[in-house]
Design a protein around this ligand. Structure first.
Ligand code: HEC
Length: 138
């Protein structure tokens, strides 16, 4: 209950803080949402969130590293993997080579079994939000 004599200003601060904590909780929901039963893919998602999140967006891993606007894109921002399908081999290639071009993404951020797990995860979930381009007459 709000005490009767609480000054209006303090009331405003309290409700401001409450709104802020609500916003923080909302951020906390950005996490890996891959089922744990699929152990290898889940591990890949956790590794992806740890090592690849700074530069790639992929919703199921809770990452938002890709740029959203052309105007604020940085050179190191990688492709949004929600919008691109990737094969496991291509992901392994990108990990070893440092992206497809070898120019920007660091090489071998994950290796061995970790790389296999990350590749299995990305191949399974990348492109979930991809749309086929419109054909003529659509
Ligand atoms: C420092 C930023 C950075 C990090 C960290 C990073 N990437 Fe990248 N990645 C990029 C950039 C930039 C490109 C695009 C340029 C290129 O392909 O050469 C890219 C390209 C890719 C591609 C090719 C996608 C396509 O269709 O063109 C894949 C797959 C990929 N990254 C996966 C990963 C994985 C998996 C990790 C974590 C192990 C990772 N990246 C970490 C910056 C990064």
């Amino acid at each position: 209950m709000i005490p009767r004599r609480m000054p209006r200003r303090r009331l405003a601060i309290v409700s401001g803080l409450l709104a802020l904590s609500g916003a923080l909780v909302a951020c906390g929901t950005q996490e890996v949402s891959v089922p744990k039963q699929d152990a290898m893919v889940h591990r890949g998602a956790v590794l992806f969130a740890e090592r690849c999140s700074g530069c790639h967006t992929l919703e199921v891993a809770g990452t938002q590293g890709s740029s959203t606007k052309v105007r604020d894109k940085e050179r190191t921002d990688g492709p949004n993997l929600d919008q691109r399908h990737e094969t496991k081999d291509n992901v392994l290639y990108a990990i070893r080579n440092g992206g497809f071009s070898g120019a920007i993404m660091p090489e071998n951020i994950v290796v061995g079994a970790d790389a296999q797990a990350v590749a299995a995860f990305v191949a399974k979930y990348a492109g979930d939000q991809a749309h086929a381009p419109r054909g003529p007459g659509q």
